[in-house]
Design a protein around this ligand. Structure first.
Ligand code: PAF
Length: 281
């Protein structure tokens, strides 16, 4: 595995791969790698000649400074993990390389950033769009792989890929869960033992909600989810909504003929976790 620490070197390496006509599968990450990330690399390996992973904790997507400060940074152990899977190139740039000067670009996400994460984390998706578009320009991938835990992020990235005419196929990959159902996330390692014992209630409740939905309205189901999770003293729901998977608009009736996903954000002390499940009723 080649470790590439700056964009100049990356440009040279990617240039050679393009001359050789090798396809590139790209997995952008912020590090603190877990099995969810590694599964993205496995998908990338199946469909491409070369797997490129980036590790960069992107400051512009953190609307909360303390969240940015405490985000886990464990590059050495990440590199160890990458050495054991199919990763050909890991790109670990410095902030000055990704943002040599302030990037003032604005993006038009339509309705997609007006709800859920976009509503509760102002500026977050602009930061994601900034870094993902810069990385796409540098890595020039044929395909890029994103986890569906960040459901709204995938929708936004698909949107800007089309809008900015990047010639990249966006591949969204299933959520990987711990044995007790907790969606894997780099933030899970920040949980105390007691918090960790309680957070499995989030996915348990979402899975149970799929059953409750069979005999309840959309709003009754939503209320039940919020009440059940808030009854646990460790957990505080920030939002739970059931939305159209394409437009992210709120679903009012189960009879609406669109694919539906229930997305949730929960505060656990000063850590914030997200998850989602599909509803088929
Ligand atoms: O999902 C993430 O880890 C980040 O939002 C991403 C896509 C790597 C951009 O910084």
């Amino acid at each position: 595995m080649k470790i590439v620490k700056n964009s100049k070197e990356l440009e040279r390496v990617v240039g050679q791969l393009k001359v050789q006509n090798r396809s590139i599968g790209f997995v952008p990450t912020m590090g603190a790698l877990h099995q969810g990330h590694l599964s993205l690399m496995e998908y990338a390996d199946k469909e491409n000649d070369i797997v490129v992973v980036s590790i960069f904790v992107n400051p512009t997507q953190f609307n909360d400074k303390s969240d940015y400060a405490k985000y886990p940074r464990i590059l050495e152990s990440d590199i160890e993990k990458l050495n054991k899977v199919k990763c050909d190139i890991v790109f670990t740039p410095e902030e000055s390389d990704m943002y040599p000067e302030e990037d003032k670009r604005q993006f038009d996400f339509g309705n997609l950033d007006k709800v859920m994460e976009g509503k509760h984390r102002p500026g977050h998706f602009r930061g994601v769009a900034l870094i993902v578009s810069k990385l796409f320009e540098m890595v020039k991938p044929d395909r890029a792989y994103f986890g569906e835990k960040d459901f709204q992020q995938v929708a936004i990235i698909k949107h800007i890929t089309k809008q900015l005419k990047f010639d990249v196929e966006i591949v969204s990959c299933p959520i990987i869960r711990e044995e007790d159902g907790l969606a894997m996330s780099s933030r899970n390692m920040l949980l105390t033992k007691a918090q960790r014992e309680n957070v499995s209630l989030i996915s348990e409740t979402l899975f149970e909600a799929k059953k409750i939905a069979k005999n309840s309205s959309v709003s009754e189901t939503k209320d039940w989810v919020i009440r059940t999770i808030n009854d646990n003293p460790f957990l505080k729901v920030e939002y739970f909504d059931i939305v159209d998977t394409e437009t992210l608009e709120t679903i009012k009736e189960w009879s609406q003929n669109v694919d539906k996903v229930g997305c949730i954000a929960v505060h656990v002390g000063n850590i914030r976790l997200i998850d989602n499940v599909r509803f088929y009723s």
